[in-house]
Ligand binder design. Structure first.
Ligand code: 3PY
Ligand code: MG
Length: 247
């Protein structure tokens, strides 16, 4: 079976959505709706480690689940990986040094320095050897480019070994430019283009977030293969308003 990471490296279209509501029932709905992957957000949500593991248990029967860490700290990265995530998204990576450091935490030795645990990922010990042998190869490590400093350092960042994809965060990028939330201004779009061009030149798969489903096709035409469209809470809010508008 082709893994998420193989599809990612082949730049096949992978359309997902963000889950930020802390309930495995939400996962069952989203993951069985037909998305190619689920973006489980621990950075901007009330999803804790235990809830994240329940989300993986509910979601991975339907589609790969990629978890966004709240920070670069090793303690978060190893807990997410030990819970058995198919991949990890690390926010706000702004320099090549930061990229090397976080990738090291995600790879078992000798490639990296990931700490060795026995948890869900390792089949609670029953699948330890197989998991440890394959984890570096199978787990996708995705770094977010979402700060003007990352734009300045992008040529060095794309050269760091072990990156499976770069994922642009238009909202944080706009904030770092003093234009909070104005993701469609020519200035922000220009910086997104610089990130995208560097990624394409380096042959790396490129990802991005949009709130607008109408944007997905144009983004794919621009070369983005990994797309997260919408957030569960926003989808629910919009559907609620549309329902009321019928009354
Ligand atoms: C951003 O736009 O800042 C994001 O992190 C989207 O995922
Ligand atoms: Mg962000």
């Amino acid at each position: 079976m082709t893994t998420f990471k193989q599809k990612l490296r082949q730049k096949l279209p992978l359309i997902g959505t963000i889950q930020e509501l802390p309930a495995a029932e939400v996962t069952e709905i989203l993951a069985s709706a037909g998305f190619d992957w689920l973006f489980v957000d621990m950075e901007h949500s009330a999803i804790d480690i235990s809830c994240m593991q329940h989300i993986l248990q509910a979601g991975q029967r339907h589609c790969p689940c990629i978890v966004r860490s709240p920070s670069h700290e090793e303690v978060w990265l190893k807990k997410i990986l030990d819970a058995g995530a198919d991949g990890i998204i690390i926010p706000l990576v702004n320099t090549a040094e930061e990229a090397k450091r976080v990738i090291r935490f995600c790879k078992y030795p000798p490639e990296g320095g990931r700490s060795i645990g026995i948890a869900r990922a390792q089949g609670y010990g029953m699948n330890f050897r197989e998991y440890v042998a394959e984890a570096n190869e199978k787990i996708a490590v995705i770094l977010q480019m979402e700060h003007i400093d990352a734009v300045k350092n992008i040529d060095a960042i794309v050269k760091v070994p072990g990156i499976d994809a770069l994922f642009i965060g238009p909202y944080d990028l706009s904030g770092s430019m003093g234009m909070t939330g104005q993701v469609n201004t020519p200035e922000v779009r220009r910086q997104i283009e610089i990130l995208g061009n560097a990624c394409i030149a380096a042959g790396l798969p490129m990802g991005i977030f949009t709130t607008d489903p109408a944007e997905v096709k144009p983004l794919m035409e621009k070369g983005y293969s990994l797309i997260a469209v919408g957030i569960d809470a926003m989808i629910l809010g919009k559907a609620a308003k549309e329902t009321l508008n019928f009354l």
